[in-house]
Design a binder for this molecule. Structure first.
Ligand SMILES: [Zn+2]
Length: 143
């Protein structure tokens, strides 16, 4: 199928295709129930029509992953054999937690790299952000 940008008919057709695809993905029986699920009911859309970010922006936010509540802290640590591992702060159901890419973390989430960073140890830190390690203590306590 050919598609011409900024042709009103083509744009409408593309929008409909996207809405139908999201509907299928969400398992919604019709557009109205999809809109309700996404909090895009007619009343809300009308009330916020003059807001700088319109219905399209909010629709995209509805399907895009929500913004994490924890800062995006990322560390690189040197494993015992010299292999670098990524350790990231992620939001979990139990609060902010560190997640490591090492093999051990698959069986035990608080692997030695996670425990070291949580304890403020920076001996194995390869990334240049020891300040972020210091900030971890406060962040992990809140969880
Ligand atoms: Zn690890």
């Amino acid at each position: 199928m050919t598609f011409r940008h900024h042709d009103a008919g083509e744009d409408a057709y593309a929008c409909a295709e996207i809405a139908l695809a999201v509907m299928r993905e969400a398992g919604a029986p019709d557009i109205a129930s999809l809109a309700r699920r996404m909090n895009l009911t007619r009343e809300r859309a009308g009330q916020e029509a003059r807001s700088p970010d319109g219905i399209a922006a909010r629709a995209l936010r509805g399907v895009a992953p929500s913004r994490p509540r924890v800062p995006l802290l990322h560390f690189v640590v040197r494993g015992s054999s010299g292999t670098p591992y990524d350790v990231r702060l992620v939001e979990t159901r139990d609060g902010p937690r560190l997640r490591c890419t090492c093999a051990g973390a698959r069986f035990r989430p608080d692997c030695r790299h996670v425990r070291a960073l949580a304890n403020g140890e920076i001996d194995a830190l390869l990334s240049d952000n020891p300040g972020d390690v210091a900030a971890l203590a406060g962040l992990l306590q809140t969880g």
